[in-house]
Design a binder for this molecule. Sequence first.
Ligand code: GDP
Ligand code: ZN
Length: 354
Amino acid sequence: MKGKVISIASVSCRVDTADGIYECAARRRLTESDTGQTKPFAVGDEVILEPTGPREGVVTEVLPRRTRLSRAQPHDRRAEHVVVANVDQLLIVCSVREPPLTVGIIDRYIIAAQSGGIEPVVCINKIDLAPEPVELVLRSEPQPRKVAYEDIAALYSALGFRVRPVSARTGAGVEELKADLIGRTTVLAGHSGVGKSSLINAIQPGLKLKTGTVTRRGRHITANVSLLKLQFGAYVVDTPGVREFSLWDIKKRDVAEFFPDIWDLAPNCKMSDCSHVHEPDCAVKRALERGELSRIRYDSYVGILESVGHWSVPRETDVERPREQIARSKRNLSRSTRKQQLKERWRAQLGEDQ
Ligand code: GDP
Ligand code: ZN
């Protein structure tokens, strides 16, 4: 019997089938096999199950994933934790204030979404708290920088990302957001307290998701990830708020590819594999000094660069890169369109026909 995983407890899950909802355990083979993943299945997975009793069963197979949102396990960076599978878009929720907006988490989620074949959407909530500015903490500036949320929105729109400024409280922008969700499966993610549950409630009043007040250290509102079906033909997945989001399977040399503005400048750097941090004659740093590249973008890039693993291959083997990327794209079921374009660009540059 086929079904879709709608929620997960420690080693069991709930599966929605044509015959109703089944509580399922995983067949031993699944948990024991070395998948390199922390759990045998994720919310959103299409699975095959064998019923073992009324409304009970065993998952025997997880079908190939169309998309995935993965992060690294905090205590084992090499282990992949699939947060959710088979979603179409990731709504990256942040707020104008309370908690403060940080672009680092937006950019991390953009990388995770695009690596997993998911479209990222930047959702800035609590716009009712403007005209109070966003106080952005930048790694290279001692004082928070005061910025209008519209400037943050413009920054990401200019890079080609969809941006939705909203207020769950006043309802501003909520209709537009709802239109984005129709006919698709969307996962919401962001820091605790940014208003993910409030937004789902604003989109479909009556769903009565628990919302909480923000404490200084942030707190978890929903303990588990679960898939919800909304009345107007949309599925949403709410994830527990996170304080940190560690990228999985991203190497230092991959990071710039997800920063379109930095990536476009890179061909003018003197070093062919410039990291844009300490190399001489760097076009990215030049653009930064001239004010052609936003400090907000550069700081976020450096922050992420410092947090991920090593360069994947030494400089001399640059030529190996396309092959390495191809190998990786086979391993991960789906890569972002941008990655695809990049591969083609690399191939064209190197005159390879494969
Ligand atoms: P979650 O942890 O991301 O699910 O956040 P919640 O939905 O629980 O919201 C956290 C707090 O922010 C609650 O006190 C909400 O009332 C408040 N909140 C949510 N959306 C808005 C908004 O648009 N404007 C304002 N001013 N507060 C909001
Ligand atoms: Zn450079």
